[in-house]
Design a protein around this ligand. Structure first.
Ligand SMILES: Nc1ncnc2c1ncn2[C@@H]1O[C@H](COP(=O)(O)OP(=O)(O)OP(=O)(O)O)[C@@H](O)[C@H]1O
Ligand SMILES: [Mg+2]
Length: 499
């Protein structure tokens, strides 16, 4: 209770303070008659509200409000608070609260102070919480990286769409059916935890850019790069969270790059070998011309017995053959710019066979030529087309491992106006899973160092640039047939010659 009387000035200040207060403050009698009101309570009421029932003035009712805290205050003699959104005189977005404080005079409850104020409504708080949760969930789910979080027992708490995509599991499956130990097999999860607890991998509680194998739903190992951290709450470990991405594409690219490097070295080696072969061929030309010339001279100038003449004939034959080979080799390795001119495909096939048939890999390969003598010419670059047949025929010989039958067939498809060449072998054929890849650069099934995997991709490029097509028909165990079609000049049938 107040021990000293208030001065007029203090009383005035108090009244001013109550008027400055931007909430409604009313003093009512126990029978709800307004005894005093601050300025805010008078807003919108130009008439005198003193002496009127509060329920008439504020909510505009004809009887006291059932839910008014004044009822409780009157009943209990103590301050009472009600908060309710059903107060129809609340104009705020929050939760409307009404306080009622009893005023005593000589221990008698004489009046009640009624004071209203707003609390932000719980619903608003809940809405905001839901919205921010949804935002966080969206953030996690739309992340490009996989996100996975688990509690200390290994139960997975968060698993986003990117993680689901890499793992093959649905989010629901992961949250209900598997643990972190299924994601990182063979002690991987324990190892991640060990590293997280160590100083060495980005500080305690952190693991940065760690390469680890994860296992997807079908049991396949997926290499990933993981950034992980321990989540603490009040100093206690409550979860670990990991952000990861699939490294398969990165590893594939790395391998392609490494392979390309090896191929480049190989190509360089092949180029210098080619140059060397051209040089050697060139140098052989002179002694070979000498052998031919002097053999002819000896045969003409001396009166030799028949047997010696026969032997020299053989020398001449072989020397001429060697000269032809040298000529072809030179033609083949010559670095000329591409020159498109009318060509006889049969001629190119025969030249390629001529160069190849004496190589040891062809010794036990029977070569059957079934060439259409009336093949029209095509427009093409002889050197490039040599490559096409050389690569395809060598592939066939490789597939047959040096023994079998190679069939070369040419024909004219008059309706399509195309020259078709079929190169068939009796090798093991091409398995269905290999077939779609054989024209890809660097695809090879040959052991390291044996094949570059470039052969057919180059062939494909050449055939395409000649306006033609190449495809393969093959069944395992039944050999392979490469079918090359090239446009004939004017789509006309001709009268080709054949070696
Ligand atoms: N006639 C064939 N029979 C069976 N498989 C074949 C045949 N021709 C090609 N292939 C398959 O296609 C793959 C790709 O052939 P490609 O010529 O592009 O490369 P490569 O022969 O392996 O190497 P290189 O670059 O040395 O030619 C081969 O590794 C082989 O698996
Ligand atoms: Mg090849």
């Amino acid at each position: 209770m107040l021990s000293r009387p208030r001065s007029e000035a203090e009383k005035n200040y108090l009244i001013d303070a109550i008027d400055a207060f931007n909430r409604r403050l009313l003093i009512i009698s126990p029978d709800f008659i307004i005894l005093a009101a601050n300025l805010t309570s008078r807003e919108g009421h130009p008439e005198n509200i003193i002496g009127r029932p509060c329920y008439e003035v504020i909510p505009g009712c004809s009887s006291p409000c059932v839910n008014c805290p004044a009822n409780d205050a009157l009943k209990t003699g103590k301050a009472s608070l009600r908060y309710d959104q059903s107060y129809n005189f609340s104009d705020s977005m929050g939760m409307f609260c009404l306080f009622s404080y009893p005023i005593y005079r000589q221990d008698k409850l004489e009046a009640l102070v009624m004071l209203d104020f707003d609390l932000p409504s719980l619903k608003n708080i809940e809405d905001r919480r839901i919205r921010s949760n949804a935002f966080l969930r969206n953030l996690i789910h739309s992340a490009v990286d996989g996100v996975i979080a688990s509690d200390p027992t290994g139960k997975i708490l968060i698993f986003n769409d990117a993680a689901a995509q890499v793992s093959g599991y649905s989010v629901a499956e992961v949250l209900n059916e598997i643990t972190i130990r299924d994601v990182y097999p063979e002690g991987g999860a324990r190892e991640v935890m060990r590293m997280l607890l160590s100083e060495e991998y980005g500080g305690v509680g952190k693991l940065i850019s760690y390469h680890i194998d994860a296992k997807n739903k079908s049991g396949e190992i997926v290499p990933i790069s993981l950034n992980a951290s321990i989540v603490y709450e009040n100093g206690k470990k409550v979860a670990t969270i990991g952000f990861f991405h699939d490294r398969r594409e990165e590893i594939r690219m790395q391998k392609v790059l490494e392979k390309t490097q090896v191929q480049l070295l190989q190509a360089e080696k092949m180029a210098s070998l080619g140059k060397m072969a051209a040089g050697v061929a060139h140098q052989l030309n002179n002694p070979l011309s000498g052998i031919i010339l002097f053999t002819k001279l000896v045969m003409e100038e001396y009166d030799l017995p028949q047997d010696a003449l026969k032997d020299l004939d053989r020398v001449l034959y072989d020397a001429n053959r060697a000269k032809d080979i040298v000529k072809e080799l030179l033609k083949f390795s010559r670095q000329t710019s591409h020159e498109m001119k009318p060509l006889d495909v049969n001629d190119i096939i025969s030249r390629t066979i001529f160069l190849l048939e004496n190589q040891s890999i062809f010794h036990n390969i029977e070569i059957a030529k079934d060439l259409d003598m009336k093949l029209p010419s095509i427009t093409g670059d002889a050197q490039q087309l040599n490559h096409v047949f050389m690569n395809t025929i060598l592939n066939a010989a490789d597939a047959m491992e040096g023994s079998g039958k190679l069939r070369l067939k040419s024909q004219f498809l008059s309706e399509a106006g195309m020259v078709r060449v079929e190169i068939s072998d009796t090798g093991p054929g091409i398995p269905a899973d290999v077939l779609p890849h054989i024209f890809e650069p660097f695809f090879t099934t040959k052991e390291q160092g044996k094949g570059t995997g470039l052969g057919l991709s180059i062939v494909y490029g050449i055939v395409e640039s000649h306006g033609g097509s190449i495809r393969v028909e093959s069944a395992p165990g039944e050999g392979a047939t490469f079918i090359i079609e090239l446009p004939a000049i004017n789509g006309q049938q001709g009268g080709g010659k054949i070696d």
